[in-house]
Design a binder for this molecule. Structure first.
Ligand SMILES: *Cc1c(COP(=O)(O)O)cnc(C)c1O
Length: 454
């Protein structure tokens, strides 16, 4: 470790509390400190280069130091970095909203900005809740969510999240939601059709019994990311849309992870021609540059908030940095790059390449399941391939595998024992192949040893 790194590591350990990190482990480890980026690579203070294999936590799209996005931010710096949207308009937020509406599923027409995926979900929840209050349907105040779903870490978004660990710890602080089983084929005894139908039936059961109390169903369309890249059986989202229409409840699609090309189309909803009542966007919206989020809804929902001041129909929600101009400028450049570089059109060969590599390892003894939708893939490592039994949590097999990949030049981060592959959407085929070589070879060659020593 060079002197500069030593100094930084010392200061990091002294001053910083890292998210989702057992700091006792961190304090004992030799952390990597990233100093710069170059295209699809991250560069640390020792000069090591790593392929950004999880898109800097699922948000990077076109790589790092992309000239067009850099320039858009510089240009905006020369005008203004931030002014409030509370009672004022701002050029870039208008321009971006117009662009978003053009590419979103039809019917989504009103953009409410915020700054994180979690806030975009909070806003969706409050919007759906108040929509029914504004209409005088005050009993409709509950939400249906899927088990193992993830919608962010604020109290409202954890309330509709289905990850048990968080519910165990913060349970008393959360509002109560109804949970239906996620259609998780690998953990379901039956085929794709039965798995989809089982979940839809459970949701319908809840709706049949208490739709008059339900405001909305919230789901991550097609892929439940944080749950370990659970890929839903085809038709589940369309089925959900049908049920929500039939029983008169709203559908909230959380596309924070799936949006902006990740699943092979611009938005996951477009795979099944679904237009939700509310959509949540964040992560990739600025190409992974700056914190920005948007909750977009229909004119019908928007109109229910119109009224005299005294009617109290105003949407009482906002954040200081709502619609930040620098972030909006980056987001506009992000969308322009999608068009200029035909990013969506360039995805099929990359998706096929990932599929070929996954096929190579799916028969290995400790590879329980490989799952993929577009550029989102998960490789689930298990103790027993037949019974699907997992390794105990403390063995941290996934983390150890990712450490081994890091030594070979791929920056990865697992979800328990699911190795997550989520390269930047615009990654070139050569770099993607290098990334896949590292990931697959580590699983082929290093996994047996890691298991033996765990
Ligand atoms: C990451 C994520 C969130 C939370 O976004 P933050 O910007 O981290 O608050 C919400 N929903 C989904 C589906 C996510 O993957």
């Amino acid at each position: 470790m060079n002197a500069k790194t030593q100094k930084l590591v010392h200061a990091d350990k002294k001053y910083i509390w890292h998210p989702f990190t057992q700091m006792l482990d961190w304090l004992e480890a030799d952390p990597v400190i990233i100093e710069s980026g170059d295209g699809f690579y991250l560069i640390d203070t020792e000069g090591n280069r790593y392929i950004d294999g999880v898109s800097s936590l699922w948000c990077n799209v076109h790589g790092h130091r992309v000239p067009k996005i850099d320039q858009a931010i510089r240009n905006q710096l020369d005008k203004i970095s931030h002014s409030t949207l509370l009672g004022l308009g701002q050029t870039k937020s208008i321009e971006l909203a117009e662009k978003l509406i053009k590419i979103l599923p039809q019917g989504l027409e009103k953009v409410f900005y915020s700054d994180a995926g979690a806030t975009s979900v909070e806003i969706a929840i409050k919007m759906a809740y108040q929509y029914y209050r504004n209409r005088g349907e005050k009993s409709k105040k509950k939400f249906i969510a899927l088990t193992e779903s993830y919608h962010g870490d604020t109290i409202g978004s954890v309330s509709v999240g289905g990850i048990q660990t968080f519910h165990r710890i913060f349970g008393e602080l959360l509002f109560q939601a109804e949970f239906a089983p996620s259609p998780h084929q690998y953990r379901f005894d039956g085929d794709d059709d039965q798995c989809r139908q089982f979940s839809l039936d459970k949701i319908e059961e809840i709706l049949r019994n208490q739709s008059e109390n339900i405001a909305a169903v919230i789901a991550e369309p097609l892929v439940q990311g944080a749950a370990g890249i659970i890929v839903h059986p085809a038709g589940f989202l369309a089925g959900l849309r049908e049920l929500t229409r039939k029983y008169g409840v709203l559908l909230i699609a959380d596309e924070v992870a799936t949006g902006f090309g990740r699943t092979g189309k611009m938005f996951a909803c477009q795979h099944e021609d679904v237009s939700p009542d509310i959509i949540c966007l964040a992560k990739g919206i600025t190409g992974g540059y700056l914190p920005l989020a948007a909750t977009i809804t229909t004119t019908e929902i928007f109109d229910s908030f119109l009224g005299e001041i005294s009617e109290m129909k105003t949407f009482f929600h906002g954040h200081t940095y709502t619609g930040n101009a620098l972030a909006c400028a980056a987001a506009i450049a992000n969308l322009e790059l999608f068009e200029e570089n035909k990013v969506i059109e360039s995805l099929p060969p990359k998706i096929r390449l990932i599929d070929e590599y996954l096929k190579r390892i799916e028969n290995l003894p400790n590879v329980g399941n490989v799952r993929q939708k577009g550029l989102m893939a998960g490789i689930e490592i298990v103790k027993d391939k037949i019974t699907r039994e997992s390794f105990s949590y403390e063995k941290t097999i996934g983390a150890k595998l990712c450490s081994a990949m890091r030594l070979k030049g791929a920056m990865m981060r697992p979800l328990s024992d699911v190795i997550v592959l989520m390269p930047p959407v615009a990654i070139d085929l050569t770099t993607l192949k290098n990334l896949l070589d590292i990931v697959v070879e580590t699983i082929e060659n290093d996994l047996p040893e890691i298991i033996k020593n765990a």
